[in-house]
Design a protein around this ligand. Structure first.
Ligand code: CAO
Length: 415
């Protein structure tokens, strides 16, 4: 049994942020009906293509378990069909540029009028305010949400991260909002508007950096390497390089083979509770009692010396050997894993976090499966739909069009 079975989602999303949200809902059993412009479709179908004329990995990896219907929702006939879809569906999701659905003639008020039970969920770049009309892509959100100003090396340019916290992060936020609104509807019988702004989503994920902003008023951030380096703090949370964001200092350290392998590194955390074990493993047992190193406070101004000494040891081991030695001693470390290593990782294959999917045009490809595991509700990853693959069955099943009506809509260019 699929938990969201019976929930029909009218999916007007495109590119990355919205599709990640509806993909999650599809994995949990919702019937996600992806609405795409006839002959065009989601722009990502054709972006970053690795095989000519075949849906890109960009598209196929973001649109699993959905059905595709083509509909020109700006044409008169298309609007008629869209109205029927709104009557029949439970949730409508979109991440168009601000105002696009209003311009199409379907503002929230109209949608509510057509179906008061409808949950209407949107992602925009910004919430209400000075920038509400702006179009936004991933890296703009990372910059506007506080991630870029706090990421990168001190004294160097602001840096964006490879994790798509603006797009996929906001998609996750929206999915939770939709499920919450579905619960609300169970009790109230009413739908509601759900919005998630990418700037807000990124800032939510940068919560610890706003924490540090406020701590600055009480003086230097002593766990930042710049404190030990004697570099004064300014009036905003600085870039922290690879320092840990929490109270246990950590850094990325070189491992055996780093000269030729760009990913031969480990993240090493000097957790206070296991400091004695760390001292033993790196060959500095005397540091456990030495007053210059014995306590977290004493170590903070000496983190460079601490990590240089640990690194002299990690450089004699591979990143996996560091893991094998430190884990039994409860020392938190983690290898820097390349995408190649992740793609080949047997544990991730076993849990279906990395899955092989078959596609009629491209053959077999790797994808990231559902990262959320429920003990009773197992997710089966299905391939993404071809453009308009389900148009006729959806128009018949969901909006009740006859074959003649479908032929007429086709003739009018509405589907
Ligand atoms: N039938 C008819 N028209 C359709 C349609 C359909 N099935 N699907 C889309 N369209 C129309 C839209 O109505 C819109 O028309 P108008 O400009 O006349 O209102 C037009 O296609 C283009 O939509 P868009 O403005 O959303 O697309 P864009 O490529 O210009 O912008 C993006 C893309 C992502 C910048 C913008 O959609 C946006 O800012 N979205 C919100 C934030 C967001 O989700 N960003 C993440 C993107 S992933 O990095």
């Amino acid at each position: 049994m699929k938990d969201l079975e019976g929930i029909k989602i009218l999916d007007f999303t495109h590119v990355q942020s919205g599709p990640t949200c509806t993909q999650l809902l599809a994995w949990f059993g919702a019937d996600v009906i992806k609405v795409e412009r006839p002959g065009v479709g989601d722009a990502t179908r054709g972006q970053l293509r690795d095989i000519p004329d075949v849906d890109s990995l960009y598209f196929t990896m973001l649109n699993h378990n959905k059905r595709s219907v083509t509909l020109n929702s700006k044409s008169e006939k298309g609007k008629e069909i869209l109205t029927k879809f709104i009557e029949e569906c439970d949730v409508m999701v979109e991440n168009f540029a601000p105002g696009a659905l209003d311009r199409m003639g379907f503002p929230w008020e109209r949608i509510q009028e057509i179906n008061p039970r409808m949950i209407y969920a949107s992602i925009k770049g910004f919430g209400p305010g000075a920038y509400e009309d702006c179009k936004v892509y991933e890296n703009v959100a990372q910059c506007a949400g506080g991630a870029a100003s706090t990421t990168g090396m001190l004294g160097s340019v602001p840096t964006v991260t490879g994790a798509q916290i603006g797009d996929s992060g906001t998609g996750l936020h929206l999915a939770l909002g939709i499920v919450t609104a579905l619960f609300h509807r169970e009790k109230s019988g009413r739908g509601q508007r759900v919005t998630a702004a990418m700037q807000d989503g990124v800032l939510n994920l940068c919560r610890v950096k706003l924490r540090d902003q406020q701590r600055l008023a009480s003086g230097a951030l002593r766990e930042y390497s710049q404190f030990g380096d004697g570099i004064p703090f300014g009036d905003a949370t600085p870039r922290a390089g690879n320092d840990s964001g929490g109270g246990q200092p950590g850094r990325i350290l070189r491992c055996k083979g780093w000269e030729s392998d760009p990913d031969s590194y480990t993240y090493f955390i000097t957790q206070a509770a296991v400091w004695g074990n760390i001292c033993d493993v790196i060959g500095k047992p005397e540091w456990a009692e030495d007053e210059k190193f014995a306590t977290p406070d004493a170590r903070l101004p000496r983190l460079n010396e601490v990590f240089e000494t640990i690194e002299a040891w990690t450089m004699t081991k591979t990143k996996f050997e560091v893991m094998e030695i430190c884990n039994p001693l409860n020392i938190p470390v983690g290898p820097i894993l390349s995408m190649k290593e992740l793609a080949e990782d047997p544990s991730l294959r076993k849990t279906e976090t990395v899955v092989e999917v078959d596609h009629p045009q491209r053959g077999s490809y790797l994808s990231v499966g559902c990262p959320i595991k429920l003990s009773d509700s197992v997710v089966e990853v299905e391939r993404s739909p071809l453009l308009g693959e389900h148009t006729e069955e959806i128009l018949q099943e969901v909006v009740g069009l006859s074959e003649d009506e479908i032929a007429e809509a086709k003739k009018a260019g509405a589907i």
